[in-house]
Write a protein that binds this ligand. Sequence first.
Ligand code: HEC
Length: 143
Amino acid sequence: MAHAILILAFVLTCASAWTSAQGGRITATTPKRGGNAAAAKVANPVPATVASIAAGRKTYMLLCSRCHGPAGKGDGGGAGAGGQPADFTDEVWEFGSSDGEIFAAIAEGTSADMESYAERIAAPEIWNLVNYLRSLKPRPRRL
Ligand code: HEC
């Protein structure tokens, strides 16, 4: 019986460590490698204006550049848990390339290095970040 309780406690500890890396809860929009169709359906409510991109850049420089690098090339060197920060100037979006999926990666987090920012950055500001990250690499116009 004591063993069963110990094992249960261990399993719960592991589960909570994992969910906290994911922002505390698993939802339909929790980022997945390869993309998340539910997150992709979430439309960006903030138009990618010059003002939005400038606001996103300011937040990026404060909170993100230490890992992702000043120009977004993934060369900031700050990822203490050993992850490779994403390069935003290439074509690769590991967790999906839609605005909704990029939002989910920032809001909910993907790893020990790439933490959840939902409690630190308000949603409209996360959308500004999405607009800024997209501006780093010119993309084909979406129709
Ligand atoms: C402590 C280092 C660190 C900080 C700070 C950090 N990131 Fe990350 N980020 C990473 C790592 C490492 C990955 C790759 C994660 C993985 O493969 O699970 C990543 C991945 C991402 C992705 C997914 C990219 C893709 O290819 O799908 C996005 C988007 C992102 N970060 C945005 C941000 C934003 C915006 C901020 C600031 C609010 C930020 N990150 C702060 C380390 C960091």
